[in-house]
Design a protein around this ligand. Structure first.
Ligand SMILES: Nc1ncnc2c1ncn2[C@@H]1O[C@H](COP(=O)(O)OP(=O)(O)O)[C@@H](O)[C@H]1O
Ligand SMILES: O=P(O)(O)OC[C@H](O)CO
Length: 498
């Protein structure tokens, strides 16, 4: 019976579980979407039971496939949408409120107040992050303040708080008669605004500032570690299975893209877009509103990264399909973009949940610019796809001002199926862009961590043979056209922020 890894990818719009062989092949996968909840203007929530049931169902499907096909799952890896926050009852495991999602802006005013109490430079020095509702701390505090009795119960240590990884670890390890584990990994902790990424600990001053009691927080482990035994498979021939690799999804994608050397950079185009540049053991502080974050921590050694976070990438394509009804399928966008000889001066700035890096304007709303009498559907579709490219350029511009000049970029995520988008990205960044054979880099990153944990691979160096390039996109745009497109974009952003 061959050994395999089960890897859970709990994303913003769906949960997936994959079965990965030690040679890095995906043998089987199961995926389930779940509803997005928008209970108020700027609020985004998920039902915790929908997160749990989609994870459990896809995990069971993979477990049953292993039984049927004669494979033995020896380890579990977990990767997850980051920052999304849950609070649950330590005795029952029931959540007190829906998960507040990373895109949620309800705590924007709280963040503005907190910025008066702690200068952003102090916060940045400790956490690498900024005062913005994107991060977990104000979401945790909001739940404690708005669910009746929650704060009192938290003070009595009756509640657990955490990001999605810790919620899943709790539920997966707490099977019948088992004692649930409350743990997270360093990458997820580094997205909370409560974790000191230089000292590697929950920070007392930050816990006071954000008013979050330490007793409810998970233990923080290395990305390869003992996160407990998954005990939810009744009568499984395999018994309990160790969870031994965990990372937030963007860090996992960087691992899946094998960005292990300082200067390696990847960009993932899923719901949002997240650029991660490995900076090695140097925890650089951006002077241009990029984030510093933990890329991974293995054997007690921390690798850091600079990150640019864009909130709307593939979500813009979903908006074209679901709200504007301009397309039936995301895949149509490629032919539509290819069918136009230029953007005809039409730009979309998709600030649907405010603007992330490098602007950090939680309250700004989106805008469509440059419309004329003959602007049609195709121009709006192309402007939406182009907006993702120009936002990526803004991040690269900020990185260049911080002294980082990458030589090439590795891309992944659902949106890079669009060849035109990736070609335009290479043109606008004026950089070679590499697309890998396996686009499930996020799930693969967690699988690789679990492989190391299970002893199937010694260390990160043992993974190098597992990445292959599917296509290289070379830049092919003259400087004048590039400048004119970027000037047009910058003008629209300026008008929106004015
Ligand atoms: N061919 C395509 N062209 C443009 N966008 C696409 C294409 N295929 C998928 N997408 C977009 O990619 C996103 C899904 O990517 P995925 O990596 O699965 O996201 P997530 O993990 O955030 O749920 C969707 O928002 C979808 O609109
Ligand atoms: O679910 P994704 O792939 O859009 O990723 C969400 C990010 O982790 C948010 O920081």
């Amino acid at each position: 019976m061959s050994d395999v890894i089960l890897t859970i990818d709990q994303g913003t719009t769906s949960s997936r579980t994959l079965i990965v062989s030690p040679a890095g092949e995906i043998l089987f996968s199961a995926q389930e979407e779940f509803p997005q909840l928008y209970p108020n203007d700027g609020w985004v929530e998920h039902d915790p039971e929908a997160i749990w049931m989609t994870v459990k169902t896809t995990l069971m499907a993979c477990h049953d496939w292993c039984v049927q096909e004669g494979y033995r799952p020896v380890a579990i890896g977990i990767t997850n949408q980051r920052e999304t926050t849950l609070v649950w009852d330590r005795a029952t495991g029931d959540c007190l409120y829906n998960a507040i999602v990373w895109q949620d802006r309800r705590t924007a005013a709280v963040c503005r107040d907190l910025a008066k109490q702690m200068p952003v430079a102090t916060l940045q020095a400790k956490t690498g992050l900024l005062h913005d509702p994107y991060f977990s701390a104000t979401k945790m505090s909001w739940i404690l303040d708005h669910v009746e009795g929650a704060r009192d119960r938290a003070e009595k240590s009756e509640l657990c708080f955490g990001t999605v990884d810790s919620f899943l670890i709790w539920r997966l390890t707490g099977g019948p008669g088992k004692s649930a584990v409350h743990a997270t990994d360093a990458t997820n902790a580094s997205r909370t605004n409560l974790y000191n990424i230089r000292d590697n600990r929950w920070d007392e001053e930050l816990l006071d500032l954000f008013n979050v009691p330490a007793s409810g927080l998970p233990d923080v482990h290395d990305c390869v570690s003992d996160f407990g035994m998954c005990s939810v498979f009744p009568d499984s021939p395999f018994g309990d299975i160790p969870i031994c690799g965990v990372a937030g999804d963007q860090q996992a994608a960087a691992i899946g893209q094998l960005c292990f050397t300082p200067g390696d950079i990847k960009s993932t185009y899923g719901t949002g877009c997240f650029v991660i540049l490995n900076t090695g053991e140097d925890c650089l502080t951006s002077s241009n509103k990029l984030l510093s974050t933990i890329a991974y921590r293995i054997n007690g050694t921390t690798a850091y990264a600079l990150e640019g976070s864009i909130f709307i990438a593939g979500a813009g394509v979903q908006w074209l399909r679901d709200e504007m009804k301009l397309i039936d399928h995301a895949a149509q966008t490629q032919a539509i973009c290819e069918g136009l000889d230029s953007n005809h001066g039409v730009y979309l700035v998709p600030a649907f949940t405010g603007l992330g890096a490098p602007y950090w304007e939680p309250d700004v709303r989106g805008g469509l610019f440059g419309l004329t009498r003959d602007t049609g559907r195709d121009h709006v579709v192309r402007a939406t796809v182009e907006s993702v490219v120009y936002q990526t350029h803004d991040l690269f511009d900020a990185m260049a001002k911080d002294g980082a000049h990458p030589k090439s970029l590795r891309v992944d995520g659902g949106m890079v199926a669009n060849d035109w988008m990736v070609g335009h990205l290479a043109d606008v960044l004026d950089l070679p862009v590499e697309r890998p054979e396996i686009l499930e880099t996020t799930a693969m990153g967690a699988a690789y961590l679990a492989m190391i944990g299970a002893g199937l691979v010694d260390d990160l160096d043992g993974l190098t043979a597992l990445w292959t390039r599917e296509r290289l996109f070379e830049p092919n745009m003259d400087a004048k056209t590039r400048k004119s497109l970027l000037d047009g974009w910058a003008d629209c952003v300026r008008r929106l922020l004015a």
